[in-house]
Ligand binder design. Structure first.
Ligand SMILES: [Zn+2]
Length: 112
């Protein structure tokens, strides 16, 4: 199994698990019990996590990305160098103007 997603919000984890199962992807939530018992903000490694089979990993990532900005995966987003639109980190090309991520990457580094 591979971890495909983690979230501070257990409801998000359940939502994603449901969506993945609608796509015939077997998903397991880890740490849900730790989270609900503690009642405190959990350590990062105790956050609810979605795990899927390695064969389903790429497809699951894409499905989660398609859920939209409220379910952003962990990782830096990037801003298109051509049109300035924000893109999810796993988009290879801008959703708006289809410029490649490579152009934007140099821009990101220059801003740091
Ligand atoms: Zn663009």
């Amino acid at each position: 199994m591979k971890k495909v997603y983690s979230t501070e919000i257990l409801a998000n984890a359940w939502n994603i698990k449901n969506v993945l199962e609608q796509h015939d992807i077997e998903a397991v939530i880890k740490n849900e019990n730790l989270f609900s018992v503690s009642g405190e903000v959990p350590f990062l490694e105790c956050l609810p996590q979605i795990w899927v089979k390695p064969l389903d990993f790429v497809r699951a990532k894409q499905i989660i990305a398609d859920l939209g900005s409220s379910f952003e995966e962990v990782g830096p987003d990037w801003v298109c160098a051509s049109c300035g639109e924000p893109n999810l980190s796993n988009y290879a090309v801008c959703w708006s103007c289809e410029s490649s991520h490579e152009n934007a990457h140099e821009n990101d580094l220059a801003n740091q």
